[in-house]
Ligand binder design. Structure first.
Ligand SMILES: *[C@@H]1O[C@H](CO)[C@@H](O)[C@H](O)[C@H]1NC(C)=O
Ligand SMILES: *[C@@H]1O[C@H](CO)[C@@H](O)[C@H](O)[C@H]1NC(C)=O
Ligand SMILES: *[C@@H]1O[C@H](CO)[C@@H](O)[C@H](O)[C@H]1NC(C)=O
Ligand SMILES: *[C@@H]1O[C@H](CO)[C@@H](O)[C@H](O)[C@H]1NC(C)=O
Ligand SMILES: *[C@@H]1O[C@H](CO)[C@@H](O)[C@H](O)[C@H]1NC(C)=O
Ligand SMILES: *[C@@H]1O[C@H](CO)[C@@H](O)[C@H](O)[C@H]1NC(C)=O
Ligand SMILES: *[C@@H]1O[C@H](CO)[C@@H](O)[C@H](O)[C@H]1NC(C)=O
Ligand SMILES: *[C@@H]1O[C@H](CO)[C@@H](O)[C@H](O)[C@H]1NC(C)=O
Length: 279
């Protein structure tokens, strides 16, 4: 008993010594620099030698020729930093450009080097895509750091995101909606009619089993980002789990904001409209 407590303590100390918030913040700022400049040179000392696992919309890709090779004018960015999993997630909105994007990038680290980088690159034709809308609605939201005494635990933050997706195939499950609560998906905002109400609780699927959940959790920001596969989203490929990110801002254990990035195979996810609104 004593020895296992001792061991746990040593492991925790080692992990936190290796993975600091400052190291992760340095990496996300270098990532922003890389995307702004269209060159990965700012990341060259941060990327793990020879064995970077790089994907775009979950397909293996070449970081030298992918989206990072295009300089983008970033109109908004937000990063969360997880010193426990040694991971980050960054949300980028490129709205005021000829080619608009909303991009999410999840990075995993080992020994202060990026070992996995998974980008979701959404563009016109993806689910409810409207970068102008994403930028506008985001600008009305408050994602300030949460004061120490009000901070939720990792478990509570993650549980809020998990409840949302567990509810996708279990209608008895209670999701901890806050009031207010608003969901921003692709650019469509549930809060537009009532900024002070809970407009997240508008109905969820009941028979969708999401796959492959991966987390980034930041207690200071009260945020969990979840990557997952979303079957049924693309109506033209219902059995394929679409690459998806949902970022939940949790306050006092309740969901305050949800930001989604959902990719489609066919334009508008097979709904024959690029702006399907909500499901
Ligand atoms: C790359 O990352 C993906 C997503 O986390 C994972 O499924 C896959 O196993 C990783 N591949 C390697 C070679 O590490
Ligand atoms: C990635 O792209 C660069 C630049 O075009 C090229 O030099 C390199 O060989 C490519 N890597 C792979 C694994 O294809
Ligand atoms: C990222 O956002 C912060 C404000 O949150 C801003 O100060 C910074 O300039 C932005 N970085 C880039 C590269 O756009
Ligand atoms: C991290 O890197 C070390 C070698 O530097 C390796 O032994 C270890 O397995 C790696 N951990 C993970 C989770 O990949
Ligand atoms: C995109 O969002 C902006 C800002 O909310 C809105 O003015 C515009 O009508 C939206 N575009 C579409 C196609 O709905
Ligand atoms: C569905 O959720 C309810 C309420 O949390 C729980 O009691 C039940 O076990 C869940 N059903 C399944 C199949 O997980
Ligand atoms: C907005 O939500 C608040 C809180 O739930 C509610 O009291 C109010 O009636 C709602 N207003 C509208 C216009 O639906
Ligand atoms: C979308 O258009 C295609 C081709 O015209 C058609 O086969 C399909 O049924 C349409 N889907 C919906 C949901 O209307």
């Amino acid at each position: 008993m004593l020895s296992s407590i001792f061991l746990t303590g040593v492991l925790a100390a080692t992990a936190s010594a290796e993975c600091t918030r400052a190291m992760l913040q340095d990496a996300t700022s270098k990532y922003l620099l890389a995307q702004s400049s269209g060159s990965i040179s700012s990341l060259s000392t941060t990327i793990s030698n020879n064995n970077l696992n790089y994907t775009e919309n979950w397909k293996p890709a070449n970081i030298s020729t992918g989206i990072l090779a295009t300089p983008l004018k970033i109109d908004h960015n937000r990063s969360i930093h997880d010193t426990t999993l040694c991971a980050t997630f960054t949300e980028l909105i490129i709205a005021k450009s000829e080619h608009p994007y909303v991009i999410g990038t999840r990075m995993l680290f080992n020994n202060s080097k990026i070992t996995t980088m998974e980008s979701l690159v959404t563009k016109p034709g993806d689910w409810a895509f409207n970068a102008t809308g994403y930028l506008y609605w985001d600008s009305l939201e408050k994602w300030d750091p949460i004061s120490v005494e009000k901070r939720d635990t990792r478990a509570v933050i993650q549980a809020a995101g998990d409840a949302y997706f567990d509810r996708f195939d279990n209608v008895s499950l209670v999701v901890p909606w806050g009031t207010p609560c608003a969901r921003l998906e692709g650019g469509a905002y549930t809060g537009r009619q009532n900024m002070t109400g809970n407009t997240c609780d508008l109905g969820l699927p009941s028979k969708i089993v999401v796959t492959n959940r991966r987390y980034v959790i930041d207690e200071e920001m009260g945020v969990v980002d979840m990557y997952l596969g979303f079957p049924g989203l693309d109506r033209s490929h219902v059995n394929e789990a679409m690459p998806d990110s949902h970022m939940f801002r949790v306050e006092g254990g309740k969901i305050r904001y949800i930001h989604t990035l959902s990719t489609c195979i066919n334009s508008g996810c097979g709904l024959n409209t690029t702006f399907p609104g909500r499901i």
